[in-house]
Design a protein around this ligand. Structure first.
Ligand SMILES: [Mn+2]
Length: 459
């Protein structure tokens, strides 16, 4: 279904893409030769990945278009934007790749917009993506000249917002972005598309206009606000610090953002005449262990924030940004996008297009198990999968010795799928990780094929 609307210049190519995607889903972390199984299939896949009509955009656009139709009047959808680097390593000999990492790796960047329903927490799909290369040498010039440059790397945030476009009538789309997107042009582009935003502020010393018309810095404006709430946050341990519970103060205020002094041609032509009205929400840790470790989120949003509940809603929207980091993991760890051995950048781009949509499906399956653990698995996953899991894993779980496909919950289904992939399922093991799940899926599909063959022979 995901690929049937692709315009690749030939119906047979579309068919080939569909069958390739099905095989990739069955073995997401296999290399192309493993996924195709026969030499003829493999050659056909290589030929497909060699076609000029089969571009990254041609493979992925129908999926984006379907995602963008989502959202009834009155509904809210988050569009989580972020960039990840696809790094094939420094030793990779492939034509056309650019520098990534600290200029030691070779590859490209993938900037994605993932749509999510903030209430059901369901990932809907990708609303747009752009693949980009970092120029070999950094352009010389002063900071201001770089800010005027329409080709600067930061411009991708705005371009993707335009690619995603406007929401259906009555629906609210909120672009959720990290500090990389704190740029006047990004706000303007979202505003012009009729979209809202929740963007973490990067520069706290930027000039804003307070409701009384004063020009002050964002930092000063927030410091002048009363504390509106207190909350705690569990900060997990890392290699450098121990875990702690942070005490946070909540502040919020309306403001407007004036056009910056350093502009570019697009801003001069398209920016609204008056300063952009928005709200700021701040979470500030009161007693941090050191100044460097202080938790501080300053979020700029188009949504009115007049009550503590509304402020917490904005914080919750921003916290849902982790889903795009999960998506990147599904793409890299689950689908092994960086372990594809084509020799030309164009071919690597095409396979990345295919895998980026497969990764959405994988992420969706695991999220569903997290959010609706008690849902009946047979309603969501293919019935045959559930029946087979129930048979194969019969008696493997001491607490529920009898497995019944009609009553098996989604949480149990994922647990047993992880079990097939080698997850021990002890309390200390947590939930199965990406790789374990795909191992389990791979085995399950092999079992299903065996069953199919046996049925054909006997029947
Ligand atoms: Mn980022």
């Amino acid at each position: 279904m995901e690929f049937s609307e692709c315009e690749l210049g030939d119906k047979r190519r579309t068919q080939r893409l569909i069958s390739t995607a099905a095989k990739t889903l069955a073995w997401p972390d296999g290399s192309s030769t493993k996924q195709t199984e026969t030499w003829a299939d493999c050659k056909a896949l290589y030929r497909l990945m060699d076609c000029d009509d089969v571009s990254f955009q041609a493979i992925t656009t129908p999926h984006y278009e379907r995602t963008r139709r989502n959202g009834d009047a009155g509904s809210v959808r988050l569009i989580l934007n972020d960039t990840t680097e696809i790094n094939y390593g420094g030793k990779r000999r492939a034509k056309g790749l650019g520098p990534v990492g600290r200029n030691t790796g070779r590859g490209f960047f993938l900037h994605s917009a993932l749509m999510r329903d903030p209430d059901s927490k369901q990932v809907i799909g990708l609303a747009g993506q752009e693949l980009l290369y970092r120029p070999k040498k950094k352009k010389p010039g002063a900071k201001n000249a770089r800010r005027r440059d329409p080709q600067r790397e930061q411009a991708v945030w705005g371009r993707l917002i335009d690619q995603v476009g406007s929401p259906p009538p009555g629906a609210t789309w909120l672009h959720v972005c990290d500090r990389g997107a704190d740029d006047y042009e990004v706000f303007c582009r979202a505003y012009r598309q009729g979209c809202g935003w929740v963007i973490r502020a990067c520069r706290l010393n930027r000039q804003v206009i307070s409701p009384t018309g004063e020009r002050i810095t964002l930092k000063e404006h927030l410091a002048a606000q009363p504390v509106r709430g207190l909350q705690t946050l569990d900060v997990p341990a890392t290699a450098k610090r121990s875990a702690r519970t942070a005490q946070l103060e909540l502040r919020f205020a309306p403001l407007s953002l004036p056009q910056p002094k350093v502009t570019n041609a697009w801003i001069r032509e398209h920016a609204p005449g008056e300063p952009l009205a928005m709200w700021a929400v701040e979470l500030l840790e009161v007693h941090p262990p050191t100044e460097k470790e202080r938790v501080r989120w300053v979020l700029l949003t188009s949504q009115p924030v007049e009550t503590v509940e509304q402020a917490q809603q904005i914080v919750d929207y921003y916290a849902q940004r982790w889903a795009i980091e999960e998506y990147h993991k599904a793409l890299k760890t689950g689908c092994q996008v960086e372990a594809r051995y084509y020799r030309e950048a164009e071919r690597l781009e095409r396979i990345t297009g295919l895998l980026s949509i497969v990764a959405v499906q994988l992420l969706r399956l695991r999220n569903l198990a997290d959010e609706q653990p008690d849902a009946i698995a047979a309603d969501v996953a293919p019935k045959k999968w559930v029946e087979t899991i129930a048979k194969v894993r019969q008696g493997k779980s001491p607490r529920s010795p009898r497995l019944d496909a009609t009553t098996m919950t989604l949480a149990d289904f994922i647990k047993h799928l992880g079990g097939l992939g080698g997850h021990l399922g002890r309390k200390c093991d947590g939930r199965p990780g990406w790789q374990t799940l795909w191992c389990g899926l791979e085995k399950l599909l092999l079992i299903l094929r065996g069953c199919d063959l046996a049925e054909k022979k006997c029947g």
